[in-house]
Design a protein around this ligand. Structure first.
Ligand code: HEM
Length: 209
């Protein structure tokens, strides 16, 4: 099996596990986000809870759709056999990214860690939209390799949430920082990582996802 197929299978496994974990968490383990919300202290404005829950459910649902649609569209087999599916699924991915970004825009002002985290999330919103738009423009201009590269960069942001939580755990557990500070650092480190890793994958030629 070539490097490309192995990389694709690893990413597909990670995506499926992440979707299942996210859904299990929201449906059964912690549907009221008790664990997450207990760290929200000292917010500049009170959390409008019923609305926040509604938005976060929409956010998570479309994040899962984006993860699933994205990973399917990296499958070469699907692309070659069902080109029309790839096209429609690509629009599903883009629409999901837009919903995730819009919901994120609502959630950002209440972000754990305060204003610096809010700014980070809004920067991420803009960057993710621009990168996804670039991927779309590239394929409209029939630049296939470039489209694939920009989609790799775009898809990396589907791992934002897990990256933030893993890095936050490192800052809390490894460096003894308090949770809000760790969360903010986790967010900025995640942004850096999610921009750098796809770039390295593309640079070293492992783009056959
Ligand atoms: C695509 C994969 C993503 C998943 C599965 C996901 C999932 C979640 C979940 C479950 C929450 C609730 C809090 C928690 O338990 O962490 C959340 C919060 C949030 N997400 Fe996402 N998310 C994703 C991507 C993104 C992206 C790309 C952005 C920004 C562009 C974003 C922005 C936010 C914001 C602003 C919050 C509120 C954070 C806070 O209150 O501190 N998410 N997300």
């Amino acid at each position: 099996m070539g490097k490309g197929r192995i990389a694709y299978k690893l990413v597909a496994c990670a995506s499926i596990m992440l979707i299942l974990y996210t859904l299990a968490n929201i449906l059964f383990i912690d549907p009221e986000f008790k664990e997450f919300l207990r760290h929200k202290t000292g917010l500049r404005r009170p959390l409008p809870l019923p609305a926040w829950f509604n938005v976060v459910y929409v956010h998570v649902a479309f994040a899962c759709i984006a993860m699933a649609a994205g990973v399917l569209n990296f499958s070469k087999r699907l692309l070659h056999r069902y080109r029309q599916f790839h096209r429609i699924n690509g629009y599903v991915y883009m629409a999901s990214v837009i919903v995730v970004v819009l919901s994120s825009g609502y959630l950002a002002p209440y972000a754990t860690g305060g204003r610096i985290s809010s700014v980070g999330f809004n920067v991420l919103n803009i960057v993710w939209l621009l990168i996804t738009a670039k991927a779309f423009i590239e394929i409209k201009n029939k630049r296939i390799t470039s489209h694939k590269h920009w989609m790799i960069r775009s898809y990396a942001f589907c791992f934002t949430n897990v990256c933030i939580h893993l890095l936050t755990a490192v800052y809390v557990g490894g460096f003894g920082l308090n949770y809000p500070v760790s969360y903010t650092l986790g967010l900025y480190s995640a942004i850096a990582l999610l921009l750098a890793v796809p770039q390295l994958l593309i640079r070293f030629g492992r783009t056959q996802l």
